[in-house]
Design a binder for this molecule. Structure first.
Ligand SMILES: C/C(=C\CNc1ncnc2c1ncn2[C@@H]1O[C@H](COP(=O)(O)O)[C@@H](O)[C@H]1O)CO
Length: 267
């Protein structure tokens, strides 16, 4: 028998798989593969329970978090690059302002933001995802949850955050950015701040959004108000704090109005 602990490792919820036991595909892949039609009847109902358990575990573990901000960005950046440094500084600035920092728990920008938050004395959270290659939560994660399903994990990024900070990144980051913007645009979440960091990196995309998307009538003028663009971690934090304050003010005004209406009804 070979010593399995020397080879790659895969985590599936509480289960650790090594060597031959590692399946050739991920849970997301098996769920979404339309060629496995013959499994839909027999396996998908059970998958639904597994999916449900991811939501339950996420809700249980994260419901006690202090106010938090989700930070997204490339999995590929290496330490010592200006972008890594930016991610670390924004993680630290958020922590100093009292926010827990939630990332995808992986390498690159995620690790940098977790490091910045942890070193600044903040709470550093990583929501990992099962991938077809070996992957573990980065060393700076203090609360870590491994998800099988992208969509369950995405719910947690939104539900437990007061805002999003989006650093330079690839497809994964774009997916997270545009999901956030869509949720705000369609009012599925209360208007919440989305900060893009790295002005040079985002310039081309923003030009295209203005020049093609907006001009072509695919979004409204106000949709662009949803985005704050900066290179300054303190400005990013300030923008999120202001948005939090605006939400708190609106809630207080509504509570006062409700109270007034209730008083009038009883007098
Ligand atoms: C590609 C490499 C590692 C992948 N590991 C990941 N771990 C956790 N989260 C990830 C990973 N890859 C993507 N994500 C999520 O998408 C965003 C980054 O994607 P991008 O395409 O690199 O921009 C990130 O915010 C994560 O939530 C190499 O070692």
């Amino acid at each position: 028998m070979t010593n399995a602990s020397r080879g790659p490792e895969r985590h599936k919820g509480p289960v650790t798989l090594r060597g031959e036991a590692i399946p050739p595909s991920t849970a997301d892949e098996r769920l979404l593969d339309s060629r496995t039609r013959d499994e839909w009847k027999t396996k998908d109902a059970w998958r639904a329970l597994r999916i449900l358990s991811e939501f339950v575990e996420g809700f249980e573990e994260l419901s006690d978090l202090p106010p938090a901000v989700s930070v997204f960005g490339s999995a590929r950046n290496k330490p010592g690059t200006p972008e890594w440094d930016l991610a670390e500084r924004v993680g630290a600035a958020l922590a100093r302002a009292g926010y827990a920092v939630i990332t995808g728990g992986g390498p690159g920008m995620m690790e940098a933001a977790n490091k910045g938050a942890a070193e600044a004395g903040g709470l550093s959270v990583g929501l990992g995802i099962e991938l077809p290659f070996e992957q573990k939560l980065n060393d700076w994660v203090q609360i870590g949850i491994d998800f099988r399903y992208f969509f369950a994990r995405k719910t947690m990024f939104v539900k437990y955050a007061s805002g999003f900070v989006v650093l330079p990144g690839g497809f994964g980051t774009m997916d997270e950015l545009f999901e956030a913007l869509t949720l705000v645009q369609t009012r599925k979440v209360t208007r919440f701040p989305v900060v893009l960091m790295g002005t040079d990196y985002w310039a081309g995309l923003l030009d295209w959004i203005r020049g093609t998307m907006l001009t072509g009538g695919k979004i409204g003028e106000h949709d662009l108000d949803l985005i704050c663009l900066t290179d300054d971690p303190d400005k990013a934090v300030e923008h999120i704090l202001e948005a939090d304050q605006a939400i708190a003010d609106r809630a207080a005004a509504k509570a006062a109005a409700d109270q007034k209406a209730a008083d009038r009804a009883t007098s």
